[in-house]
Design a protein around this ligand. Structure first.
Ligand SMILES: [Zn+2]
Length: 259
């Protein structure tokens, strides 16, 4: 049977060393990375979708089909292929839009604990100044122990909503609302009385995600965007690969830096 391989599976499922020619053997790369971390005065973490996929929050495959069966049946398997594509479905009503997003937010943002891979990243950097720049919107860095002041999540958060037209610069905590919607959903729809409205213009609300020009950059976003200056040497970790994080932790453990 042919296995359908898409871009995200390829990037998160195949070690870079298998498709990018590298002179330096993998164990040596890990040792060098660990040495750089030991010498670093500060660590800047750049994290994208690969980290969350590797941590267990896969958007496709069984995790999608097992949790979104009724959505796939209702809207069609041609559109509902994974959680990324499903988010772009042209939902015909606010009840169906929030019916989908409350499920998506619950599964990827509300229900999961801080995952082991994220906690491992925290263990590696926690004893020296660090800052996180991430496009991930699943709140995992907070859950893994990173403090709010050192996280800049540039693309929003699944736990927040904003005015669909961005009529005012504020994002609202929507976690309690999503919990209620998740309980009340029937046939992929939430009850009409639960549909949120913009408290300023009365229009529709939207997820606080950077998907169009209306993305709200509120005061918290702007404060987060200005990290305290590091000074000295900083090492950047592109924390995309689970194995590398694990191996670097192991290397640092050998050096008795972390327990
Ligand atoms: Zn508005």
């Amino acid at each position: 049977m042919a296995v359908k391989m898409d871009f995200s599976q390829f990037v998160s499922g195949i070690p870079a060393g298998d498709y990018v020619f590298q002179d330096t053997p993998y164990p040596q790369q890990i040792q060098e990375a660990a040495q750089l971390l030991l010498k670093a005065d500060a660590v800047l973490i750049g994290a994208g979708a690969g980290l969350s996929t590797a941590a267990g929050l896969a958007y496709g495959g069984r995790r999608f089909t097992e949790n979104f069966g009724e959505f796939i049946e209702k809207y069609g398997a041609a559109y509902m292929t994974d959680m990324y594509s499903a988010g772009f479905y042209p939902f015909p009503s606010e009840e169906s839009k929030w019916g989908y997003w409350s499920k998506h937010a619950w599964l990827n943002r509300i229900e999961p604990e801080g995952l082991p891979l994220y906690r491992a990243v925290y263990e590696v950097v926690k004893d020296r100044p660090h800052f996180v720049l991430t496009t991930n919107v699943d709140h995992q860095f907070w859950k893994a122990g990173f403090s709010d002041e050192v996280i800049f999540a540039t693309q929003g958060d699944y736990g927040e909503i904003q005015c669909e037209k961005g009529c005012h610069d504020r994002a609202y905590d929507a976690v309690p609302m999503f919990r209620q919607m998740n309980q009340a959903r029937r046939d992929c729809l939430i009850p009409s009385y639960m549909v949120p409205r913009c408290p300023v213009c009365g229009g529709n609300m939207a997820m606080h995600l950077r998907c169009d020009q209306h993305f709200v950059e509120d005061s918290h976003w702007n404060e987060a965007a200005v990290p305290e200056s590091f000074g000295g040497r900083a090492v950047g970790i592109n924390a995309d690969i689970a194995g590398a994080v694990r191996d670097i932790s192991e290397e640092l453990r050998k050096e008795r830096v972390i327990r």
